[in-house]
Ligand binder design. Structure first.
Ligand code: DHB
Ligand code: FE
Length: 284
């Protein structure tokens, strides 16, 4: 009887890792962001999930511009953090869950998706920072990881609808999984930000708040903009909201917002944290 208990949606700015490493959680610059994680810690301590399915984007670590899968699913026994060096250092790998990964892969392919399957895969700040935020100071992460990478970097990008439908297919796969695990879904990145070019530093709080307002109760509202619209609205990296959209799609039960936090800026980014509960997806 597996169960999808909910979703954690968070920015993955690498400077957060640096702030964690330096113990700056109560520093005035960082406190409004880190305070948003108290309800997350209570939820995870109460629910104790066994598995995290993480929708994120790879930042040139596994896939560079010369070879860019639209969707890639990890099926490795373990995942090492091999980021470019700033942020937190991991001295242990995150354990994988190859059996569940292959079940998800089988099911999404049966739903007409064509992911790249990765039996070895490294993780970057888009997984490591959210994990450190969720389980601060953990000796070892208490979950097994299934990473699902979405191309938010190299155009053409997948559409929001396609990402949401991928999430739906992953949600169906989790519902048909024979295991007994409690599963938490992560969507990482966003919200609005642009790191380069003439619009570097671009933030659009109106669009961010529109996403935050609708994520739990009407996620299809986020599908009205195509990916290029989102680049225009939220910035060239703000399109990382595609990871959130896919993760929201994977919550197929009745969804309730438990916490939401928005703080501008962290580094160049409008930082946000949302915790959603997903109930009634208990499967015999
Ligand atoms: C920043 C944000 C990101 O999403 C990222 O991947 C790297 C850096 C930033 O705002 O500094
Ligand atoms: Fe990013």
């Amino acid at each position: 009887m597996s169960e999808v208990i909910g979703g954690l949606f968070t920015s993955h700015v690498p400077a957060i890792g640096n702030a964690i490493a330096r113990g700056l959680q109560d520093d005035p610059y960082w406190k409004p962001f880190f305070d948003g994680f108290h309800p997350v810690h209570e939820f995870l301590a109460r629910e104790r999930p066994d598995v995290a399915v993480v929708f994120y984007n790879d930042h040139g670590l596994n896939f560079f511009l010369d070879k860019m899968p639209t969707f890639a699913i990890g099926a490795a026994p373990e995942y090492w953090h091999e980021d470019e060096g700033w942020g937190i250092a991991f001295d242990r790998p995150v354990p994988g869950h190859p059996e569940l990964s292959w079940h998800i892969i089988e099911e999404v392919v049966a739903s007409e998706f064509d992911p790249v399957t990765c039996q070895s895969m490294a993780i970057d700040h888009a997984v490591a920072v959210p994990f450190e935020l969720a389980w601060p100071g953990a000796e070892a992460f208490p979950v097994k990881l299934v990473p699902i990478a979405i191309n938010t970097v190299q155009h053409p990008l997948p559409s929001p609808r396609r990402c949401f439908d991928l999430g739906r297919a992953v949600g169906r796969a989790l519902a048909s999984w024979h295991g007994a695990e409690k599963i938490v879904v992560f969507g990482t990145g966003g919200l609005s930000h642009q790191l380069e070019g003439g619009r570097a530093g671009h933030i659009n709080s109106d669009y961010d708040r529109f996403c935050l307002r609708n994520l739990a109760r009407d996620p299809e509202a986020l599908l009205q903009h195509d990916s290029l619209d989102i680049v225009e609205l939220a910035g060239s990296q703000g399109v990382e909201i595609l990871n959130w959209i896919a993760a929201r799609g994977a919550l197929t039960g009745s969804v309730r917002e438990l916490a939401s936090n928005y703080h501008v800026p962290i580094s160049n980014t409008a930082a946000a944290t949302v915790l959603l509960e997903n109930s009634a997806t208990v499967h015999a």
